[in-house]
Ligand binder design. Sequence first.
Ligand SMILES: Cc1cc2nc3c(=O)[nH]c(=O)nc-3n(C[C@H](O)[C@H](O)[C@H](O)COP(=O)(O)OP(=O)(O)OC[C@H]3O[C@@H](n4cnc5c(N)ncnc54)[C@H](O)[C@@H]3O)c2cc1C
Length: 475
Amino acid sequence: MNTIYQSNSGCTSTMKSRDLCFPAFLVSQFVDSLLVAKFILIGSGLAGGLLAAYLGRRGYDVDLYERRADPREGNIVGGRSINLAISTRGIHALEQIGIADEALQYAIPMRGRMIHDKSGALHFTPYDVDPKNCINSIGRAALNTTVIEAAQRYPNVRVHFNHKCTEVDLNSPVAHLETVNGAVTARGDAVIGVDGAFSAVRKSMQREIANFQYDESYLAHGYKELTLPPGPDGSWRMEKNALHIWPRKSFMMIALPNPDGSFTCTLFWEFEGPRSFATTQTKEDVRQFFDEEFPDALPLMPTLLEDFRNNPTGSLVTIRCAPWYYHDKICLLGDAAHAVVPFYGQGMNAAFEDCVVLDECLEKFHDNRQRAFAEYFSRRKENADALADLAIGNFVEMRDKTASRAFRAKKRLDHFLEGALPGIYLPLYTMVTFTRIPYADAARRARGQDHIVYGILICLPVFLIALLLFRLIIH
Ligand SMILES: Cc1cc2nc3c(=O)[nH]c(=O)nc-3n(C[C@H](O)[C@H](O)[C@H](O)COP(=O)(O)OP(=O)(O)OC[C@H]3O[C@@H](n4cnc5c(N)ncnc54)[C@H](O)[C@@H]3O)c2cc1C
């Protein structure tokens, strides 16, 4: 079978630019501007579904192609995190399309970090001075279904599962797709790659666009998901409204609550090394490692040995590329444009924020898609780069610094200053997680605040000693 999904305008860009004589070309452009543009979206993950809803609401004709089966038919997770933390930016994007309540109905608020030290002692640090500011644990599968269903409510949006994009002709633009029935092609006015960190759309751009910038870097750490099941009465066996962290300097484990009373734990650990995924092979190795490092969690994890053996070990990649668009024909969004490591809990939040910004740009430049794509890229690129740096920095903070008294003292100072100087002093975590201040601005402002605060902390004792000496001398 070889189907061609035609552009609504019914003509290719080659026809428009070359085959028509001058007045006919102008007429064609005028008619085109009156017709509805057709978007081909590749990837119906978290951002793909939401973007389809935004484009559908704007009246565009949308075909969304996903390589996997319909998530409503079963497992979509495929080794990815089972739950995620959604915060202000992500929630705002859901609110704008009217699905926040629906998406968040089963989400579990997490009000702070619960640090588990090696002795099993617990230390709770709230995320913010305002107790209303919390992050929310939400199931990936349920959220994915919610955004896809939101998109499908628009009659001009069609979703096609089991369609894997193999490559894209950038100039047509045409997406080539594999299905169980053979190859098909999808033609539109623009193709948007929302196909995640290993994007096929981006690979086509890498091949075709001269000077396309691309950089990928992997952490030496991988991750493995493990389960901490509910208690016999279906209740949570640790504090439900917290993100649990077992910081162990060079590695760590975290746990997020699920609505069924379980927690999904994620172990972030070196792939290689004397103590690592590579050297921990037997059941005895695993049991001994958990007994030494996570003694309070071990008795709560009856399926640990099976989970450890059966669950995949994922890698953690940061991807930076530029540009994120090609003329008015191709655009990248979400992880396809900027995959980040998960330690700030912002990858999906940022991808959802991309949808809001692209929608705003398409509204502003409704008659010039290339300018819309260019403005979207210029508004997001610096912020995606800043988030990538923040996410790597937060790995060190979570696995190492959260265990220290100095870290907890700094958090208390942050909260004191935030309370004492409302609207003037905002901790970095608060800006990133509980505001929509662009990531790059948040990072710059936090650096400035730190210089002032640390400057005062260093100068204050000197000033007090000088004052004391002065008073002693004049007496
Ligand atoms: C362990 C872990 C924990 C995380 N925790 C958080 C968190 O707490 N908070 C947060 O905000 N973010 C978190 N993230 C990041 C978050 O998962 C991503 O940023 C988010 O999923 C990006 O959404 P996306 O739609 O761009 O990509 P994806 O969710 O990866 O979706 C891409 C979709 O495209 C499809 N696809 C891929 N290739 C093709 C193809 N060739 N043809 C057709 N379809 C294709 C895929 O099947 C998939 O459905 C975490 C990530 C990891 C790995």
